[in-house]
Design a protein around this ligand. Structure first.
Ligand SMILES: Cc1cc2nc3c(=O)[nH]c(=O)nc-3n(C[C@H](O)[C@H](O)[C@H](O)COP(=O)(O)OP(=O)(O)OC[C@H]3O[C@@H](n4cnc5c(N)ncnc54)[C@H](O)[C@@H]3O)c2cc1C
Length: 406
């Protein structure tokens, strides 16, 4: 970090935890992310010998996968200063946004399981907390090949309802359909937090939510997706063919429960994105600042040239606005889990992702030709940031949806 944080009042314990996380993030995640980004074939990202697994192990060894899970299931939620988990997510985004998302998504089904008061779900969450190696990996399966933005808008038109359908037959649900190649960790996950249609006549408002082990017969996967940014984040489709899922795995079997939840899911997902990409925005700024201080043109470091100074100040303003908004929103939502503010979460997601993209682009401009070179991390940061304005909902669609919560 190149300049001081001005809104911190952290206990010595939290500060020491953050310093451990910073070490893991910068010594392990940052170089791993760069190496994984350079692999031409995304299948190599998840090969047995991949450094990705070292990142998973490092994340688990620090217990970071348990931050959102209560101590009754073996987790650390509520034990730390609530700001600690927010700053940790920002630090991980600073190091490598794609890996930060992969680690975050890997926890989603298990975080959710901790909220479900059945012995099976409580045990699943406990097993996850005890896992220090990365044996249990989660994904969030919502987008479908023919329904992307339809999920973000969430209407009741049956033409826009989910294609993955679950039908109750006796003690089992029969699941059919496909989740898209954009499912983060879809290629490596052992469990999915899966959105399905329970009542097709109600469109997106007829959905249920399941926590599904992905080794059930009838589930297959597509090949890893090849994409421009966040390449260390492996993605792939999930295909369900006559899958017989035990009834207890449908953890929200009533659509009206989801419809009445006040957008908790939207707030959680967008809140996480906001914090991670505020971290990436700061990382791109720091690169540009360091470069501008050492690159000499016109006989002086380029930071001495007023146009470069002005660019850096504009970037600084935006980075600090994004970090402040993300931290404030996330803190409020951590403290109000039953009634989080969706509109603040979406606003912060849009601000952070647009700031990260703007700042990484300006960093490239300040660095001239070197901004485009693989030798420096900024061109990767730009690619990672650009993906975030589409990730977990196109920003424009999220903004339209969020207005319903104002
Ligand atoms: C890096 C990354 C990670 C992701 N991770 C996950 C994940 O973990 N799990 C998961 O399930 N999905 C994931 N996604 C998928 C993501 O949520 C979708 O890509 C996103 O919701 C957009 O859907 P789409 O790509 O199908 O675009 P489309 O829905 O086809 O949209 C295309 C364009 O049309 C516009 N548009 C569409 N409908 C309307 C409308 N009604 N009104 C106005 N404009 C409209 C959109 O704004 C957009 O510009 C990820 C995506 C990315 C890029």
């Amino acid at each position: 970090m190149t300049y001081r944080d001005i809104d911190l009042d952290l206990s010595p314990l939290t500060q020491s935890m953050l310093s451990e996380v910073r070490k893991f993030a910068m010594d392990m995640m940052r170089p791993a992310g760069i190496a994984l980004d350079r692999l031409a074939d995304p299948a190599d990202v998840i090969a047995d010998s991949s450094v990705l697994w070292d990142v998973f192990r490092g994340f688990r060894e620090l217990g970071l996968h348990t931050l959102q899970i209560p101590s009754t299931c073996g987790g650390m939620a509520g034990e730390n200063d609530p700001m600690a988990s927010i700053l940790i997510a920002e630090q991980l985004g600073y190091a490598d946004a794609g890996l930060a998302i992969s680690m975050g998504v890997s926890c989603m089904p298990f975080n959710f399981a901790a909220l479900i008061p059945t012995p099976a779900m409580q045990q699943l969450s406990r097993d996850f907390c005890a896992d220090r190696e990365g044996r249990l990996i989660g994904c969030w399966a919502i987008t479908e090949p023919d329904h992307g933005t339809d999920w973000s808008l969430g209407g009741s038109d049956p033409r826009c309802g989910p294609s993955v359908k679950a039908v109750l037959r006796g003690d089992e649900y029969i699941i059919n359909g496909e989740k898209s190649a954009w499912v983060s960790n879809g290629t490596i996950a052992t469990h999915a937090l899966l959105h399905v249609s329970l009542d097709p006549s109600r469109g997106m408002q007829g959905q249920g939510l399941a926590i599904v082990p992905l080794d059930l017969p009838g589930i297959s996967r597509g090949k890893p997706l090849d994409k421009m940014g966040q390449r260390p984040l492996n993605q792939g489709s999930l295909i369900f063919e006559e899958v017989r899922m035990p009834k207890g795995y449908m953890v929200v079997p009533y659509p009206d429960l989801i419809n009445a939840s006040g957008g908790q899911g939207l707030a959680t997902v967008n809140g996480g994105m906001a914090v991670v990409f505020a971290g990436l925005a700061k990382a791109a700024f720091d690169e540009a600042l360091a470069y501008a201080r050492q690159r000499v043109q016109g006989g002086v470091p380029i930071i001495e040239h007023a146009p470069v100074k002005l660019k850096l100040m504009k970037m600084f303003e935006k980075v600090e606005a994004a970090r402040a908004s993300a931290r404030r929103m996330a803190l409020y939502n951590v403290r109000n889990p039953l009634a989080p503010s969706v509109v603040h979460a979406v606003a912060a997601k849009c601000l952070s992702t647009e700031t990260a993209t703007f700042v990484a682009s300006e960093a490239m401009q300040i660095m001239g030709g070197y901004g485009l070179a693989k030798e420096f991390p900024v061109e990767k940061m730009y690619r990672d940031a650009r993906a975030s304005m589409i990730e977990d909902g196109v920003n424009e669609a999220l903004a339209i949806r969020a207005m319903d919560y104002l």
